[in-house]
Design a protein around this ligand. Structure first.
Ligand SMILES: NC(=O)C1=CN([C@@H]2O[C@H](COP(=O)(O)OP(=O)(O)OC[C@H]3O[C@@H](n4cnc5c(N)ncnc54)[C@H](OP(=O)(O)O)[C@@H]3O)[C@@H](O)[C@H]2O)C=CC1
Ligand SMILES: O=C(O)C1=N[C@H](C(=O)O)C[C@H](O)C1
Length: 248
């Protein structure tokens, strides 16, 4: 059995993750903590793995505590920049046995969407990402959209592609979305939605749309459970659930 604690357990994802861990074989839910708990309670509960679905402003302190106390971490919270990832690598250098998985999206379908988009990128001069989420989401663009855009940009660079075609010279602020690498990313916040994304590619007289829909938060749970079971065997930092899925 692996002892698992959930941070952000009163939140939308944390509550679902606690249910999933409780129902999973070989995982034991030992603590459900939220903003008014002390991090020391993780140690007191004997947590070996922490699942973090909190807030971009809280997650770094949580992660530092876990690494310093030899607790593996499965992180769904978004807001990770290259600088933040480097900081985590620095902490892990002093804790060689500890594993940290940071996954912008735990749904297998979303991971495949990102992989397919990366594969398609070199064939299409035009690309835009549209992500659509519930209006309670704190960050924009979503972590998934940011990661998708980074993967596409890197694939375009490897293929020696130039800028995306775009004749815009006059623009109302924000009309062309945010730029992540080469890619324009548009964020929609709409009641009734959970988490959705379209990657739109355009070439000569054809378009390709890759769309993923998370229709409920249970869609993320097989990935969370896989993460909690696997992270104990994967020391160091892993970014992206794809590395636990044996995709190649
Ligand atoms: N990787 C993935 O697959 C997914 C990632 N996410 C990400 O997960 C994160 C959480 O999303 P969601 O569940 O919708 O958000 P919620 O706001 O519903 O939940 C976050 C919870 O964390 C609590 N919290 C805030 N700070 C701390 C802290 N320092 N310690 C412990 N708990 C804290 C919040 O308390 P309070 O409300 O009082 O502040 C709240 O209960 C977001 O970054 C989101 O983007 C979401 C879905 C899937
Ligand atoms: O906040 C959410 O809901 C989600 N956040 C993650 C993100 O920012 O990519 C994953 C998923 O899109 C749901």
């Amino acid at each position: 059995m692996v002892n698992v604690a959930v941070l952000g357990a009163r939140g939308r994802m944390g509550a679902e993750a606690a249910r999933a861990v409780q129902a999973a074989d070989k995982l034991d839910l030992v603590a459900e903590l939220d903003v008014d708990n002390r991090l020391e309670e993780l140690v007191e509960a004997g947590a070996e793995v922490v699942v973090d679905f909190t807030h971009p402003e809280a997650v770094m302190d949580n992660l530092r505590f876990c690494v310093e106390h030899g607790i593996h971490a499965v992180v769904g919270t978004t807001g990770f920049t290259d600088e933040r990832l480097d900081q985590v690598r620095g902490w892990l250098a002093d804790a060689p046995g500890v594993g940290v998985l940071i996954a912008p999206n735990f749904s297998v379908g979303a991971v495949l969407m990102m992989r397919f988009a990366e594969q398609a990128a070199r064939f299409f001069p035009s690309v835009e990402v549209v992500e659509l989420h519930h209006p309670l989401k704190a960050d924009a663009p979503s972590g998934t959209a940011g990661r998708t855009a980074e993967l596409i940009s890197a694939a375009r660079r490897r293929a020696g592609m130039g800028n995306v075609p775009d004749a815009t010279t006059q623009e109302v602020d924000g009309a062309r979305g945010a730029r992540v690498g080469d890619v324009h990313v548009h964020s929609v916040r709409l009641s009734g939605l959970v988490a959705h994304q379209e990657v739109l590619f355009g070439g000569q007289d054809e378009t390709l749309t890759i769309r993923h829909d998370s229709l409920a938060r249970t869609s993320f749970m097989p990935g969370v459970v896989l993460g909690a079971r696997t992270v104990v065997e994967r020391p160091g930092l892993t970014v992206g659930l794809e590395h636990y899925l044996d995709l190649d």
